[in-house]
Design a protein around this ligand. Structure first.
Ligand code: CO
Length: 171
């Protein structure tokens, strides 16, 4: 089932999501997140963006992998993630968000991260991520904490965007 994307301005995007438990219907949540993401054409989608305030998100790099063969095609669901380590080295990458349509900005973040999460069968996974994987993971993880990529912009960048953001909020 395709779900409705909650847009910037809603308090739901600003709340901290709760842990997923084994009793939750993870398979159904994941299926709905993936079908909504495919339809909307993004790289990741987190529970709170569709009103599911649980610590779960999906990643789908296929829109990028089709354009750039050096980018691996990854389709993955991430449950109860933690970021346990950040590289000292930071990098810029242009981010967008289905909840903030039409806005794309360079965001500075650590280049590499060490993560811990569960897969859909509740197996614990620990890995180190780099490149686009580290980028999407951090963006989606932020959603579970009520943080949006625009919060990570410089005050100058934000100032220049304020009118556009107000327009999304008031739509
Ligand atoms: Co987003």
């Amino acid at each position: 089932m395709d779900l409705k994307i909650i847009k910037y301005g809603s308090h739901i995007l600003r709340e901290k999501s709760i842990e997923v438990i084994e009793k939750d219907n993870i398979a159904l949540i994941v299926e709905n997140l993936f079908s909504t993401l495919k339809k909307e054409g993004g790289l990741g989608l987190a529970g709170p963006q569709v009103g599911i305030q649980k610590r779960i998100f999906v990643i789908d790099t296929s829109p990028l992998a089709e354009e750039d063969l050096s980018i691996p095609k990854i389709e993955k669901a991430i449950v109860n993630p933690e970021i346990v380590g950040f590289s000292k080295e930071n990098g810029y990458y242009t981010e967008g968000c289905l909840s903030i349509p039409g806005i794309y900005e360079n965001v500075l973040r650590p280049k590499n991260i060490d993560v811990r999460y569960y897969d859909i069968n509740f197996n614990l996974i620990e890995e180190s991520l780099d490149g686009i994987k580290a980028r999407i993971f951090q963006h989606e993880y932020d959603h579970l904490e009520g943080v949006l990529f625009i919060d990570r912009l410089s005050s100058m960048q934000r100032k220049l965007l304020s009118r556009k953001l107000n327009r999304i909020k008031n739509r």
